[in-house]
Ligand binder design. Sequence first.
Ligand SMILES: Cc1ncc(COP(=O)(O)O)c(C=O)c1O
Length: 447
Amino acid sequence: MRTTTDVLGLDRRHVWHPYASTTHPGPLRRVLDARGTRLVLDGGTGPTEVVDAMASWWCQVHGYRHPDLDAAAHAQVDRFSHVMFGGLTHDPAITLVEKLVEITPEPLSRVFLADSGSVAMEVATKLARQWQIARAAASGSRGSRRTRFAALRGSYHGDTWGVMGLCDPEGGMHSMYAGALEEHLFLPRPPHLDADARASEEWSTAARAAIHEHRDELVAIVVEPILQGAGGMWPWSPECLRTLRELADEYALLLIADEIATGLGRTGTLFACERAGIVPDVLVLGKALTGGYLTQAAVITSEDIAAMISRGPGGALMHGPTFMANPLACAISAASLELLLPTWADNVARLESVLSASLLPLRQHSGVADVRVLGGTAAIELTVPLDMALATDTAIAHGVWLRPFRNLVYARHPYICTTEELQTIATGMTAVVDALTNASNGTGAAA
Ligand SMILES: Cc1ncc(COP(=O)(O)O)c(C=O)c1O
């Protein structure tokens, strides 16, 4: 077995990490073990056990090494791990699709199994564009002039080329690509979930005017419903989502709900769209789908939309990744949904109530601009600069794995966290805020 010094050294020499410099790398830890909600990490000074408050970027909802998911994986490995999906089908895909159709609202019943969240968003946007082309063809036009999408400021939809253009063009991490990406229509970020009715009405009036002005150019409206994630952990008004549903209907646009992060219970309803009482035309799921075991995503639309595309030029949805509907991922996703459905509601309600009680008082802290807790997400917006190394060391010293970004210290933890583990997470987050505030004050104690 290699030593941790060897592993970290080889990593530094040869490996790219996400959003990380190779010449000025940040702190790095080796994962020695992962079980339940815990990771065992080694930064070179020996193993430390921490509660994983990131749930491996929000996907590991049932915990690591869950016996049911391990069993599903082993059983499928013993049959076949992968086969192509062109002209072939298999039981794991059918079992998964049947479950997905059961839990998604009508009329969503046609499922495309993609291989990651970003790719699923590419599929969703291509699907919408093909639907517009098919609609135009059905009414006798040659092609459709509708090529742009409407998205929200503060949004994040993935890292691949097409969907980068739907991420916030200024605050987002893809702003350096401006000019090279397609330029879509950005609506202002909707007001907070708890904002008064007037704020939502004003936003809706502005959204109506913008969509009306660009109605002949637009293909679809793309949103992360109710809770924007990587763009700022921002819970937003259900009233505004209802407005977008109405606008989509009025101007023959598809409403694409990117529920890759919000879906499967994360915001306190099974799908975030439920909070607004609406059904999107295209629902995209990922992350928690496999319980965090493997990469898989699902794009779900209605039979009518699928049929329109199939009748249109090309006669098919033009996408087909090599690892589409990977049987191993499908088997694990199906087992993960079995675990999720009876448990997510109570678990997520508990996450919200424990972290609200522990963290909302931090709104009075001198280093804090805001605290936002919704379902299984708790975010502290800082007024002080984020020193990543200090934040990480402090969190680990308090037994928690956190990965803050920009001005946010946040937790998006496994659904199975116990009350005690949630309190450990809250204590760790508070310690990070104190440490960052002290550092910014030049060692003075935090208020
Ligand atoms: C809302 C949303 N959409 C899309 C993605 C991209 O998913 P993936 O990282 O699986 O490509 C993410 C990832 O964080 C996300 O949060």
